[in-house]
Design a protein around this ligand. Structure first.
Ligand code: HEM
Length: 420
């Protein structure tokens, strides 16, 4: 549709003209939206309403001052060497102590596994270690065949439920419907209330434990760092501080939980049909994300009437989006003549968003993705049971559109040990 409207943004009006959306696919206009005229495009009420009950005042759902404070603290931490080390140590230890052991058992028994599900468990363990300094050990418990409900596993399940319900809210043609359900506490809105309470309970317990420790490690997990760096911020009371910390960690868990594992899922599906050797891992991952961006919807609400670089008038109250999709798998486009990875002009590759609210976890995501792919592909050949991507399948890929781009059903794979 976008290619058929090359000169102006694609416009979509919803039922009864209740909302007016535009979709942008041109890097110049993406620069305008995410950088030059950043203040005119805010997350706004649409995303805020849908996510607020879970994210409250966290970085993902707020604009303005609240966003600026959190972004400042967090981007400082994400730029420290100590956090980068911490993150790569966690990833490496999870890979060698859990992932490879688990996959080896599967491989020995010649069993088929759902790689998407396994990667999501791995991703959740990882981000909880990084954000909270605790290990829900979802992958380990799967490995041990635990059937009892464990707190880590139920914490993960609560997150799954909340994300599904937030996605249904976002896709709902009339927000009044889910708001009524929430008001009367019925249907999936009742479940939503229960699971967010569980999430809060779990997070608050960990925050209290951390605060009680006199020797919080300032160069450890994110929560410890935020406990330490918020020591100079004035809060109204203890409860206010606890909520501030809760919002930060819940938002980081949501941000880092699924995106990386889903990007990996699509990657394994794609390369199963395309690449035999991985010379260009970074390039191939970037290309895979361009085809299947983990975050497919990035709505912004227009604050005031204004004109795009091509003269198109955008009205106040319209939703502005951009398309992050490419149409072919061609990793070579990321490499120079010597085969060295060259980052693309960032506004041509907005899978991690761009401008002031660009993804803070981009580097962490690449470290995690490259480490997982390298370790898994070194040990095993991953064979997708029904075959991976083909040109025909790419015309209608098996996706579910939600807040994140999940693969429909599962990614069933069998592993073969590599002979060396
Ligand atoms: C392949 C993996 C990932 C992708 C594709 C991705 C993509 C994105 C996108 C598109 C946004 C902008 C959302 C919006 O404002 O509408 C974003 C923001 C963010 N991401 Fe990521 N992300 C990934 C992994 C991570 C990881 C591992 C973390 C680590 C905790 C993380 C932390 C964040 C944070 C904190 C923000 C909010 C930034 C802000 O609003 O200033 N992300 N990400």
């Amino acid at each position: 549709m976008l290619s058929q409207t090359p000169s102006s943004p694609l416009q979509v009006k919803t039922l009864l003209n209740l909302s007016h959306d535009i979709y942008i696919d041109n890097p110049l206009k993406v620069v305008h939206l995410l950088l030059s005229n950043f203040p005119n495009y805010m997350k706004g009420s649409c995303l805020y309403d849908v996510l607020h009950d879970l994210l409250i005042h966290g970085i993902f759902s707020v604009d303005g001052n609240l966003w600026t404070i959190q972004c400042k603290i967090a981007s400082h931490e994400f730029n420290t060497k100590s956090l980068k080390h911490f993150i790569s140590n966690i990833v490496n230890s999870k890979i060698s102590n859990h992932l490879i052991i688990y996959l080896s058992k599967i491989c020995d028994k010649n069993r088929v596994i759902d790689l998407q599900n396994m990667l999501q468990k791995f991703g959740f363990d990882n981000i909880c270690n990084v954000a909270l300094g605790t290990d829900p050990a979802c992958l380990y418990l799967e490995n041990m065949n635990h059937t009892r409900s464990m707190s880590g596993l139920s914490f993960a399940k609560c997150f799954d439920d909340t994300v599904d319900i937030c996605s249904s809210r976002l896709m709902s043609p009339l927000s009044l419907v889910w708001k009524m359900k929430r008001f009367f506490n019925i249907g999936y809105e009742k479940l939503f209330k229960q699971v967010t309470e569980e999430i809060n309970k779990y997070a608050i317990e960990i925050i209290e434990l951390k605060k009680a420790k006199s020797d919080v490690v300032k160069d450890g997990d994110l929560l410890s760092r935020f406990v330490s760096s918020s020591a100079n911020i004035e809060f109204h009371n203890v409860e206010h501080k606890r909520r501030f910390l809760r919002d930060i960690v819940i938002n980081f868990i949501l941000a880092g939980r699924d995106n990386t594992s889903l990007a990996l899922t699509w990657f394994f599906w794609l390369i199963s049909g395309h690449l035999k050797k991985l010379h260009y891992l970074h390039a191939a991952l970037s290309e895979s994300m361009q085809l299947f961006p983990s975050v497919p919807i990035n709505l912004r609400l227009t604050v005031d009437d204004e004109v795009l670089p091509d003269g198109f008038l955008v009205r106040k109250g319209w939703f502005a989006n951009y398309s992050a999709y490419a149409m072919e798998f061609k990793p070579e486009r990321w490499l120079d003549g010597d085969g060295v990875f060259q980052p693309s002009y960032q506004f041509r590759f907005p899978m991690f968003h761009c401008g002031p609210s660009m993804c803070l976890g981009k580097e962490m995501a690449y470290v995690q993705m490259k480490s997982v792919v390298a370790a898994v592909m070194y040990e095993f050949e991953v064979v997708v049971v029904n075959g991976g991507a083909t040109a025909k399948k790419m015309m209608n890929p098996p996706y579910i559109l939600s807040l994140v781009l999940k693969m429909k059903g599962r990614l069933a794979v069998r592993l073969h040990k590599r002979q060396r």
